[in-house]
Write a protein that binds this ligand. Sequence first.
Ligand code: A3P
Length: 307
Amino acid sequence: MLWTVLLALLVLLLLQTQLSVCLRELRAGGSSPPTFSSSSSPSSSSYNATQQRLPGAIIIGVRKGGTRALLEMLNLHPDVEVAKAEVHYFNVEEHYRRGLAWYRAQMPFTLPGQLTVEKTPGYFAAPQVPAHVWDMNPAVRLLLIVRDPAERLVSDYTQVLHNRLTRHKPYQTLEDLLLRKGRIDPGYKALQRSLYHQHLARWLEVFPLEQIHVVDGDALIRDPFPELRKAERFLDLPPRISPDNFYYNTTKGFYCLLSAGHDKCLDESKGRPHAPLSSQAFKKLCRYFRKPNKLFFEMVGRSFSWC
Ligand code: A3P
């Protein structure tokens, strides 16, 4: 009698396991899209339909332009999955040598029809990257988020300063690095990273402009939703991100994200107070960028209200 009961229990347990596996597979392979990408991330490769796929879109820069905010905001879309960490595949020779299988392995699992997005701001200014990206997929969509180049430079310096202070390393003031005998030093690396037209020119040797969507990073800070709507359109995604996905956090001084009852602000490395720079030096910087900015505006066919 006892054996019969035990056997019956065992059969029941087996049937239940089988049923839950079937249900999971049905859900993974089903035609209806998942609700929110953050909650739909499959954790196991045992799902038949889920795979790690190469990115269909890449946020290529610019460094300190708002690349993390853009990635996190795109991730609100149910048809988007993002690589959480910066991959640095196309710009770091050691990674590139590992090949596409390695790159793919850095990507999140996605369902068929979902778009994989990665961001590595270092791609924009690295000369070898456009051709490498083309070799991977000439149809890949590129997102470039730009910001007032003078503000970007100060933000860039602030990040480097922060890293040096944390590691108890010596540092120079921004003015020391930026000015030589009272004039802007064109050799300063952070200044060069703000010469958007130079870097974009290299991308345009390889990709048509229609394949590069320029996001206004200053507008994204002020009011993220309109920039996200434009990005959805560029990526051929159905409009799913709504103004309700954002709320202004007065403590942080920035918009934070809301999705399925969860809220999320970017970490404290985003939106930190900028290192000081005299208004005189800042004005010199603005004057210096006037011509490069104009060239950039001509390239992208639109202008931005930068200093
Ligand atoms: P600051 O720290 O200079 O303010 P990146 O992610 O490319 O490093 O860019 C960082 C910048 O993203 C920040 O620069 C910040 O201004 C900007 N940003 C845009 N939207 C933001 C948001 N919602 N929360 C925090 N920072 C945001």
